[in-house]
Design a protein around this ligand. Structure first.
Ligand code: TRP
Ligand code: SF4
Length: 338
């Protein structure tokens, strides 16, 4: 492996089916990395899911399968990338414990996502030790693979910053061992949900990658348009319309006509929406097809995750051995160091 080969690690929590927002915001970036020849690790962060779902953890297994299917359906390729489940690689838990020893409590407490998430998920008791440790576990995820780049959304930047601080602290205490990763932000525009807010599962406004053609058609019908445009020949303000935003993303050549006709009162919303339907279906049909193929073959899914876990363990185990050697912490001196 050449010294300047990028190493990518990213993860998602298995908390439900992925939607167009994930496709544009994260998955296209994953695919680009995969095709660039970088060494790619994509992780189902099921231990992270446990930090908020600990009262009903049995749903995590089904969501793990769904997430894997979503990934495979958009073209993540287990021959090119390592797809694995966090909890199947015990090294995550071990490095997490070690990093917890040297991470000042204040770093975890001041992480903005900590209080935000607690407020957002106010129905759950998240004043737990594990939830506070969320960013330290994420640091372990990233540092274990000696990732150089981490494709994440804006919301994850504080976690990346803590990861870098923890790496620096480790290296300061024990010598240069864990490389500092860089965040890799996607530049793609935000996908609006059906109601015009950001597309999000929690808003119930998402077009999911696994939606059927009929689901998509039904969802487009309730899409937010210009509320003042009451008739086909009323001039509209398409800049606040979700339909136009999606034309711009998925049929950029047609968007200027849509916009002009809307403004001129030459286009009605019903027809406009009807013409968006096949465009979105063109995006989703191949994804849906691939998903069905993989879903039919549970043995293959197991093999993919078995292989992924093996590859992940090999890399993670090597890092952990280096980390322990740097610390001079050889598990009661019974471990031979390299
Ligand atoms: N916290 C991330 C999220 O909620 C998921 C995650 C866990 C992750 N471990 C990671 C992302 C490591 C990037 C790298 O989206
Ligand atoms: Fe939106 Fe099309 Fe209706 Fe204009 S005509 S408001 S772009 S759906």
């Amino acid at each position: 492996m050449s010294a300047d080969r990028k190493v990518i690690l990213s993860g998602m929590r298995p908390t439900g089916r992925l939607h167009l927002g994930h496709l544009e915001g994260a998955l296209k970036n994953y695919l680009k990395m995969q095709e660039s020849g970088a060494l790619c690790f994509f992780m189902v962060a099921d231990i992270h899911a446990l930090s908020t779902e600990y009262k009903a953890p049995s749903a995590i297994a089904e969501n793990t399968r769904e997430l894997l299917l979503d990934w495979l359906s958009v073209g993540l390729d287990p021959e090119k990338s390592t797809l694995f489940v966090q909890s199947e690689v015990a090294e995550h838990s071990e490095l997490y414990v070690i990093l917890g020893m040297l991470t000042p409590l204040a770093w975890a407490e001041r992480c903005p996502t900590y209080k935000e998430q607690q407020q957002e998920l106010a129905d759950r008791d998240l004043s737990t030790y594990g939830f506070l440790g969320y960013p330290i576990l994420q640091a372990a995820d990233i540092l274990l693979y000696r990732a150089t780049h981490v494709p994440v959304g804006q919301d994850q930047l504080p976690h990346l910053e803590i990861t870098r601080e923890i790496a620096r602290r480790f290296n300061f205490l024990y010598g240069e061992t864990l490389p500092e990763p860089q965040a890799m932000l996607t530049m793609s525009p935000k996908v609006p949900g059906l109601d015009g807010r950001k597309m999000s599962k929690s808003y119930g406004n998402a077009i999911e990658l696994s939606d059927t053609a009929a689901d998509v058609e039904r969802k487009i019908k309730r899409m937010f348009t210009d509320p003042q445009k009451t008739h086909a020949n009323t001039p509209g303000k398409p800049e606040q319309c979700v339909v136009l935003a999606l034309f711009k993303m998925y049929a950029p050549a047609e968007a200027p006509d849509v916009e002009r006709e809307c403004r001129a009162g030459q286009r009605g919303c019903v027809v406009c929406k009807r013409s968006l339907t096949p465009i979105l279906d063109q995006v989703l049909a191949p994804i849906r097809e691939r998903r069905e193929q993989f879903a039919r073959d549970p043995d293959r899914l197991h093999l993919i995750l078995d292989k992924g876990a093996r590859r992940a363990r090999a890399r993670a185990g090597e890092t952990l051995a280096r980390a322990r050697a740097a610390m001079g912490w050889t598990r009661g001196n019974r471990e031979r160091t390299a």
